[in-house]
Design a binder for this molecule. Structure first.
Ligand code: SF4
Ligand code: SF4
Length: 176
């Protein structure tokens, strides 16, 4: 299961007040959740919270854009994987090895966690993130290729501005 919070406590206290009580990651105007099609089908049996956003089309065959009922009606137990991953994405090195998680730098301006003190990040979250993505990559090779390319683009963009990509590795690899 993927249940660990990104940080200890509720990170929405950092951002919701600036957005009429709605955290940016739960505002459909700023962030449209992307669900795996099988995940969507499973969630539809469990909760009435999700609906497809048919106007938006993903180039990824396995994924679809969706809308939830909003933060006040959030059935948290049945939030999507993309809700749980936020604000992190998988990071691969130049040989394609999946090293761990990096910030979703594209939301740096809206999510105050992105780029903040790395020691705040819950190690259990990183461990679960890596476990879940390792399994997802076995099934969805397209996603692996996508994040491999994204990691390379991120490295190149950051190299140009002399900035380091922050990578969070799972506890097992730290112990080696
Ligand atoms: S993940 Fe970022 S945007 Fe979402 S509630 Fe936490 S601080 Fe706010
Ligand atoms: S399902 Fe819940 S956590 Fe996910 S975007 Fe909607 S309100 Fe936020």
């Amino acid at each position: 299961m993927f249940t660990a919070p990104v940080i200890e406590g509720d990170c929405s206290v950092l951002c919701a007040h600036e957005n009429r009580g709605v955290p940016p990651c739960c505002s459909i105007r700023r962030h449209v959740p992307m669900l795996f099609k099988e995940e969507f089908a499973w969630l539809m049996k469990k909760t009435r919270m999700w609906s497809p956003k048919r106007a938006l089309f993903s180039n990824h065959h396995a994924i679809m854009f969706c809308a939830c009922k909003g933060v006040r009606e959030c059935d948290r137990h049945y939030r999507s994987l993309s809700c749980r991953f936020f604000p992190f994405e998988p990071y691969m090195d130049d040989r394609g090895r999946f090293l761990g998680a990096t910030w979703m730098y594209s939301v740096e301006k809206t999510c105050p966690l992105v780029g903040s003190a790395p020691e705040k990040v819950n190690q259990a979250f990183i461990d679960q993130f890596v476990r879940v993505w390792t399994k997802l990559f076995l099934v969805y090779h397209e996603e692996y290729e996508f994040y491999r390319a994204e990691s390379r683009k991120l490295r190149e963009a950051f190299a140009r501005i002399d900035r380091n990509v922050q990578v969070f590795t799972p506890s097992l690899s730290r112990a080696r």
